[in-house]
Design a protein. Structure first.
Length: 609
């Protein structure tokens, strides 16, 4: 529906109701048509109640009716209430690449690869021509990164210092070539109030370094912001500048302009404010003294911005004197500084074209020529003023009609709200809402009761284990989740492992001799396990004389991380283990003796002995 209607504003009371997280929000906004803004009418970081905003702007609605809520959101956005959601920077990336991989191929593979790379190169050059034309016409800067391949280009990437809606290139697939156009994401979601969308132009002075100084002056030379901060990033400087205005000129106190300042300038597509030669300390003090500053970094930033103001002051005053009253002087100054003449700037801002001046016959006297030109300029300015006033009059009439329609609509809604049917409907909805709430609370109570019963049973088991442990008729054991070093160390850190403790491993898989060696260091009395131990772990247990038993033969009663075992059963199994261990050792010694005899016989046969 959004792609069909292509609205100017998509209004919502809370963006968190629209998507689950930041990644979903970015994905959603990438799919919006170019020119459609997402507006959160309840504000930016600090949200206000939708009902309160509606009441303050003379609107009323049923909060249980989503259609009426949507109407109120749209109405508030049309009144410039709310904040635009900004998740992308004013930068765009274009990536041109192969639409399919050449693969290994056969005899014709090189010809096919050359064809694909040639098509990629052709598309890269077409897009580069479009961007160069944008740079000439609108001063939009861009950088490129091209990877060459056999017979052409493998890939080409462009980084453009302009928002997506200003780039006349779209994502598409052309046979062997794929073009992807996407905006550059911001580090964090930003909100820009609709009432402050039109920010005034400023002159920015920057002193880069470990401590960055930043000064913002308006086009009249008044100080807007002075700041210095240690280890602030370039993105932090850019965000601070965006908060206070639109940079027309980004200036520095040294020549040539530093790389950091150049990056900031290119981000805003601003004009460079580079002095002919680096300013001296005396010059910087004289320039910054009228404003006041706290340190040398603020002084240098102030001096850079003030030097630009002093340099162009006469030109700015001349432009302000020549433009008619309805025309924005700051916009006129910005156009002239970017290369337009004063007349063409006025024409652009008033949506009129400038007419070429007629050539005057050289025979006319100089005095008459001046008077005619003066009268022509006066008539032209007055005519433009009249046209602007007519346009403004039509806009006012349109606004009056729009407000009359809104008032009539509100009156109808007031009458409807006062009716008995609406009151009955509202009461029914309230009853239904409360019934649903009661059912939800009853369900929650059942879940809580079920949880309380399970916890009570768990507590009874813990009490039984504790009573058995206190009675002295059982041997306490400590429970380990798995037969690994990490699990044993975790138990040691959590509860401690003392000499003579008995450990029960719920899962015998995963460990080896290293785990047995660690338990031997702790002085473990015995090991009980569930499952099958690794062969090398069993051998290591025999070597360390460390008794071990399977839970299927020695019963364990446990809850959570603690349990008990019958001491008589434990001693019987320990005795069985040591008997078995002695038999193993005796058998090993007999085997060693047999090996020595066989080795001696072999040496006798070979005549060695």
């Amino acid at each position: 529906m959004i792609h069909q209607l292509k609205p100017h504003i998509l209004a919502i009371d809370n963006i968190h109701e629209l998507t689950r997280n930041r990644r979903d929000l970015i994905s959603f906004m990438r799919r919006l048509p170019v020119g459609t803004k997402l507006v959160q009418v309840t504000g930016g970081e600090q949200l206000e109640s939708l009902a309160k905003l509606a009441r303050n702007h003379g609107l009323s609605f049923d909060k249980f009716d989503p259609i009426q809520e949507a109407e109120v959101c749209a109405a508030l956005a049309s009144m410039n209430v709310g904040a635009e959601v900004k998740v992308f920077q004013d930068r765009t990336n274009i990536k041109v690449s192969r639409a399919r991989s050449p693969g290994r191929g056969g005899w014709s593979q090189n010809r096919y690869r050359r064809k694909v790379h040639g098509n990629v190169r052709m598309k890269v050059r077409e897009i580069e021509d479009v961007l160069k034309e944008l740079n000439r016409e609108k001063h939009i800067n861009f950088t490129s990164n091209i990877i060459k391949g056999f017979g052409g280009y493998v890939r080409g990437e462009f980084q453009i210092d302009a928002p997506r809606n200003q780039i006349p290139v779209n994502s598409a697939k052309y046979g062997d070539v794929r073009i992807k156009v996407y905006e550059v994401e911001r580090d964090a979601i930003q909100f820009r109030l609709l009432s402050e969308q039109k920010r005034k132009y400023v002159i920015v002075g920057v002193d880069p370094g470990t401590t960055t100084g930043l000064a913002l002056l308006d086009l009249k030379g008044d100080l807007i912001k002075l700041h210095s901060s240690r280890n602030i990033s370039i993105s932090g400087v850019i965000e601070m500048i965006v908060k206070y205005g639109r940079p027309l000129i980004v200036a520095t106190d040294v020549s040539p302009i530093p790389g950091t300042v150049e990056k900031i300038r290119r981000t805003f597509n601003a004009l460079p404010g580079e002095p002919g030669e680096s300013l001296t300390a005396v010059d910087k003090i004289n320039l910054a003294k009228p404003y006041g500053y706290s340190n040398d970094h603020e002084r240098d930033a102030l001096a850079a911005a003030a030097h630009v103001i002093r340099r162009y002051k006469n030109k700015f005053d001349q432009i302000r004197k020549k433009i008619p009253i309805p025309v924005d002087p700051d916009e006129s100054i910005a156009l002239v500084m970017r290369g337009d003449t004063i007349d063409s700037a006025i024409a652009k801002l008033t949506e009129h074209e400038t007419f070429p001046e007629e050539k005057v016959d050289k025979k006319i006297s100089h005095q008459s020529d001046e008077r005619i030109n003066q009268f022509s300029r006066t008539i032209k300015c007055q005519q433009e003023t009249i046209d602007n006033l007519k346009i403004y009059q039509q806009e006012l009439k349109s606004r009056i009609k729009q407000k009359d329609d809104i008032i009539a609509n509100r009156n109808e809604k007031i009458q409807y709200l006062k009716s008995k049917d609406y009151k009955q409907m509202r009461r029914d909805k309230e009853i239904k809402f409360r019934e649903n709430k009661i059912r939800q609370l009853q369900k929650t109570i059942k879940e809580k009761n079920r949880k309380v019963t399970a916890l009570s049973e768990h507590i009874d088991k813990l009490k039984q284990v504790r009573n058995l442990e206190i009675s002295g008729r059982t041997v306490p054991i400590k429970i380990v989740s798995s037969f690994t070093r990490e699990a044993v160390i975790s138990l040691q850190e959590k509860y401690g492992i003392n000499q003579g403790d008995v450990l029960f491993f719920k899962n015998a898989s995963g460990g080896g001799p290293a785990v047995v060696d660690l338990m031997f260091q702790y002085g473990i009395r015995a090991v009980i396990f569930r499952g099958e131990l690794a062969h090398n772990a069993i051998e290591e247990l025999y070597k360390k004389d460390l008794p071990f038993f399977n839970v299927t033969s020695l019963h364990v009663y446990y809850v959570d991380d603690f349990g008990v075992v019958d001491p008589d059963e434990l001693e019987d199994f320990e005795q069985m283990f040591f008997n078995d261990l002695n038999k193993r050792k005796k058998k090993e010694k007999e085997q060693q003796l047999d090996n020595l005899v066989e080795e001696y016989k072999s040496e006798r046969r070979r005549g060695v002995v």
